[in-house]
Design a protein around this ligand. Sequence first.
Ligand code: URA
Length: 237
Amino acid sequence: MRLDKFFSEMGLLSRKECAVAAKHGRITLDGKPVSRADVHIDPEKSTVTLDGERVGYEKYLYIMLDKPAGVLSATEDKRQTTVLDLLDDRRRKLELFPCGRLDKDTTGLLLMTNDGDLAHRLLSPRYHVEKTYAYTLRDPLLRADAERIAAGVDIGEKNITAPAKVESDGGNTGLITITEGKFHQIKRMFAAVGNEVTALRRVRFGGIDIDPELGPGGYRELSDIEIEILRKKAETV
Ligand code: URA
């Protein structure tokens, strides 16, 4: 891979900036300064520094975002703020996209990545990846309704919903875990028993919990352990 491609893939320097930085002696390759941006490197093996700092190569990036209400789970929109707008300049350049969608008024854990293969598998119904939401309802949830939702309800699709886990506090709030991802699914499941969701927050996705330190709009990269957990979820069918 060319040095300038390496830097642009990492979102650190454009090709032009890389050429200028190389000319000014800001870049070293395996301990020696390079003066040209078109030299070839092995991104996995070469040691590259910029201004004395080692630049490690990461093919893919995985970000956990605590999506705030009022933001779209999209990569661009002419009028409204999208989850991509919440990221810093460097990360915004890396062609990240949200892994699945949360409604505009839903908050919580949204994974953003440029690993299309993993994202595709995490979203595929074949892998039954669990998503857990904290819900608030207009009316207290009757036990019989919780049981109906857990068994599967008719939300107007071809089939009833797959079995879900409902952990009700006996009143208006609780947790619900589903393995599907149909449009407005949780809202439609509660509507199917005559209730209404008034607030929804995703707290867990594929075995990863929302980091309570993030706060609305906060994000961080996933740890290696979290990435491994997601990969495992997406390898067993
Ligand atoms: N179910 C919904 O109804 N909305 C979401 O944002 C996610 C799941």
